[in-house]
Design a protein. Structure first.
Length: 363
């Protein structure tokens, strides 16, 4: 770039010298100078060296500063994703144990599998009982201490009370259920009962059982055509018997069939849930007379406690099992049976079916 100015400067100086020596030469020299310089100015294309200034792109070293991307070590900080251990907190789904509280679905399963089930979970509870009669002022549906699910029935026996007016009674008829259950010649019933801690059983009291016809109780001895009842009773100390009204009972009141299979009496334990189950099979009838081949069989907490196979319930095959009598009170028909303090018992999970029912596996 400096050569061209040097040549121009030299020509200019030459022109000046010519001027000093001879003005006429000046014209010539100027002419010469004017003519020569123009082609001589071609050096300007020679200034293409400016493109040669491409060295600026050669400054790509700045691009060489690409080391900044080399700072990718920051992505190398990916260790943060490595904190995925939080995802390892998936144990929360592992909290599926809550479904293990499947008692409620279990009750739905029970409802689906048996002829009839009542766990006092649906209110008002009476809607599922097909009631013909009800006296339940001393019964409450509570959750505290419930057997399963959320609710059980609590019955209170006031101090000094006895007989049917001192507890709770309601009578269910199969034909009043929805859907209705036909009267049967054989059937199972199972339920749970728990007496309060420290209960004084006194001389005894009544518990629910299957019935037929007029459901004879209260010293109304059956005649084989009108009806029968097969409730359970507790006796002194909590000893258990089947309290059976049938045509062959020895007196006006029902007969005790002791739960003593295996040679030992069976007892209720205060404060403990017990599973009680009874099976009835009606006797056959020949002509107008019943045969002594009816069955009463009962279990306590799954163990056989009573097995009678010579019972006569009827003299007519028209008499069948057609209901359940929820009947519980102290007594007896005199004040000697009455509790001296308020007592209580809880009930839950009544089931009726044609097959052996058994007890829950979680108690």
């Amino acid at each position: 770039m400096l050569l061209v100015p040097a040549i121009t400067l030299f020509a200019a100086c030459g022109g000046q010298v010519s001027i000093v020596e001879n003005e006429s030469e000046v014209v010539e020299s100027e002419t010469a100078t004017e003519l020569a310089p123009e082609p001589a100015e071609t050096p300007e294309p020679a200034e293409t060296p400016e493109p040669a200034e491409t060295p600026e792109p050669a400054e790509t070293p700045e691009a060489a500063e690409t080391p900044e991307p080399a700072e990718t070590p920051e992505p190398a900080e990916t260790p943060e994703p490595a904190e995925t251990p939080e995802a390892a907190e998936t144990p929360e789904p592992a909290e599926t144990p809550e479904p293990a509280e499947t008692p409620e679905p279990a009750e739905t399963q029970v409802e689906q599998n048996f002829l009839w089930f009542e766990g006092y979970e649906k209110l008002p509870w009476e809607l599922n009982w097909g009631l013909e009669y009800k006296q339940s002022a001393r019964q409450q549906i509570i959750g505290n201490g419930a057997l399963a699910g959320h609710s059980s029935a609590l019955v209170t026996y006031p101090a000094g009370s006895y007989s049917s007016g001192g507890g709770v009674q309601y009578k269910m008829r199969f034909n009043m259920l929805s859907p209705a259950i036909p009267a049967k010649d054989s059937l199972f019933v199972r339920y749970y009962v728990k007496f309060g801690e420290g209960i004084d059983y006194r001389s005894g009291g009544k518990l629910p059982g299957l019935i037929g016809g007029d459901a004879n109780t209260g010293a109304r001895k059956p005649d084989g055509f009108d009806g029968f009842s097969a409730r359970i009773m507790w006796r002194a100390g909590g000893r258990i018997v089947q309290y059976l009204y049938h045509p062959d009972q020895p007196g006006g009141y029902g007969e005790d069939l002791s739960w003593d299979a295996g040679g030992e009496p069976h007892y209720f334990i205060p404060g403990q849930w017990h599973c009680v189950e009874t099976y009835l099979q009606m006797n056959t009838v020949s002509g107008n007379k019943g045969n002594r081949n009816g069955v009463v069989r009962s279990w306590l907490d799954g163990d056989l406690a009573l097995d009678r196979t010579n019972v006569r319930f009827r003299h007519s095959e028209a008499l069948k099992i057609d209901g359940l009598y929820f009947s519980t009170f102290f007594g007896g028909s005199s004040s000697s049976w009455a509790p001296v303090k308020d007592e209580s018992a809880m009930f839950d999970e009544f089931v009726i079916d044609e097959q052996r029912i058994g007890c829950r596996g979680d108690l």
